[in-house]
Unconditional design. Structure first.
Ligand code: JFZ
Length: 442
């Protein structure tokens, strides 16, 4: 049946995935890094020996945090341990192909020397441009840089979350000019930027700005050809975000996978998507006292595999402390993930969905570059036999262990398009990858 659709001026401007080279590069990253850093790293989720139970980067919104004290924290921001090259090197070893940097979080503090506000890194004792150093250091490691930018700004006098009065509307007009100025400033200052990662667009004030956001969106895209902007930026004229009033994605990829993941290819509706994930339950900025479940590298590797197997990217968050140091737990995870990626990255980079029946041992990926098929095994059955069911006319000829290609792995045919891969060892401490050799049956 033909789809009924309303005519939208500010809805999706394109249906279906982008097919250009910049988006293809994005699609093939597999693994990225998120950095949440700002003045919230100084209190680290604590004030007056009390712990804020929410996400540490939100501490300013807490009753236990005097706004005044928070707004003066920048006067102490002097991260003696900050070394952009060290962060970039660690990200490189982890296997990250892109990084998303918080240029400005909800508090409004700018890690770059914006000339449109005084609330920036220039007016801290540190004085130097942080974003510039990071862009250079990550680019030097061939890691693409994306800029996180919050539309919520608790520091700007014209910012409102809701527009109730004429006065609010007038004030918000100054905030819109400011927002446009800051965004063009960022893209001019850091022209190697590959994309923008917008946040805080859930305010009702912003949801009324369809026309403004749409024209700003095209302006930014013209500044950097190929710029990637996810579906968390502009609303349509009915205030719908992410997906417009016709259900079409407004932006280049689905950005709603925040600390959660799809389970099935149908969940992503044929769109590009990215999962952003924290190491503890919900802490993005530095929280000095992590509590609750802390994810292990094996868990995170499984998430990377799962994301790629469903045509998405996986982005792991890091929250450096007030001195600019990445905590030891995160350093350890980056190392363990990187050691695994070093051996197995061919199953992750350029990886895509394979339409074979999902099995309990883990995830299939298929390389967009080589068409090679991989099995990323996360659960070894007690039988030591891994079931493989291909689609019609595809025969499995051979399987080999990426980490030890000389160790043969037997393939037993058990029926039409159905096989058992017999493992010789059960002694796996980490997920492992098998490459399958297949043949088309005529
Ligand atoms: C936002 C921020 O408020 C948070 O501090 C952090 O920066 C995170 C990456 O983004 O939080 C969100 C964003 C999106 C959703 C939930 C929380 N979402 O899509 O459900």
């Amino acid at each position: 049946a033909p789809r009924v659709s309303i005519n939208l001026k500010h809805g999706a401007h394109q249906l279906g995935k982008r097919t250009d080279q910049s988006m293809e590069t994005w699609r093939n990253y597999g693994l990225g890094q998120f950095i949440h850093w700002g003045v919230y790293a100084i209190p680290g989720g604590q004030w007056n020996n009390k712990k804020y139970r929410g996400a540490a980067e939100w501490i300013r919104s807490w009753d236990g945090m005097p706004k005044d004290a928070y707004d003066n924290l920048y006067k102490q921001f002097n991260p003696k341990g900050f070394n952009a090259k060290a962060w970039a090197k660690q990200a490189k070893h982890m296997g990250a192909k892109y990084v998303i940097l918080t240029t400005k979080h909800h508090d409004g503090f700018c890690l770059w020397p914006s000339k449109f506000t005084d609330y920036t890194i220039i007016n801290t004792p540190y004085k130097k441009d942080i974003i510039g150093q990071l862009v250079d250091a990550y680019n030097e490691q061939n890691i693409d840089v994306y800029l996180y930018f919050s539309i919520i700004d608790w520091n700007h006098p014209g910012y409102r979350s809701v527009l109730k009065t004429e006065e609010d509307r007038k004030a918000y007009e100054t905030f819109k000019v400011f927002t446009e100025n800051q965004l063009t400033e960022l893209l001019n200052a850091y022209p190697t930027t590959k994309g923008l990662w917008f946040d805080g667009t859930w305010d009702s004030a912003w949801k009324e700005q369809a026309a403004f956001a749409d024209s700003l969106d095209s302006k930014l895209r013209k500044m950097i050809p190929g710029l990637v902007i996810g579906a968390r930026f502009r609303p349509d004229e009915y205030g719908k975000r992410g997906f417009d009033s016709n259900g079409d994605i407004i932006g280049d990829y689905e950005q709603g996978w925040e600390r959660k993941m799809p389970n099935h290819i149908d969940d992503v509706h044929g769109n590009d998507w990215e999962c952003v994930m924290t190491v503890p339950e919900n802490q993005w900025g530095y929280q000095s006292n992590w509590e609750g479940h802390i994810k292990t590298s094996n868990e995170l590797i499984e998430m990377i595999a799962k994301a790629v197997s469903l045509d998405g990217n996986f982005v792991l968050n890091f929250g450096p402390d007030g001195q600019g140091v990445i905590r030891s737990e995160e350093t350890q995870l980056a190392k363990e993930i990187g050691d695994w990626m070093e051996v197995n990255n061919e199953a992750i980079y350029n990886g895509s969905y394979l339409n074979w029946e999902k099995q309990d041992w883990g995830y299939y990926t298929k390389s967009r570059k080589t068409n090679k098929i991989y099995m990323i095994v996360c659960n070894v059955p007690v039988s030591g036999m891994l079931r493989v069911k291909t689609t019609d006319k595809i025969d499995v000829i051979k399987a080999s262990l990426i980490q030890e290609p000389t160790q043969g792995v037997d393939v037993e045919i058990i029926g039409k398009n159905e096989y058992f891969i017999h493992l010789k060892s059960f002694d796996f401490k980490k997920p492992f990858v098998l490459e399958l050799e297949t043949k088309l049956i005529q």
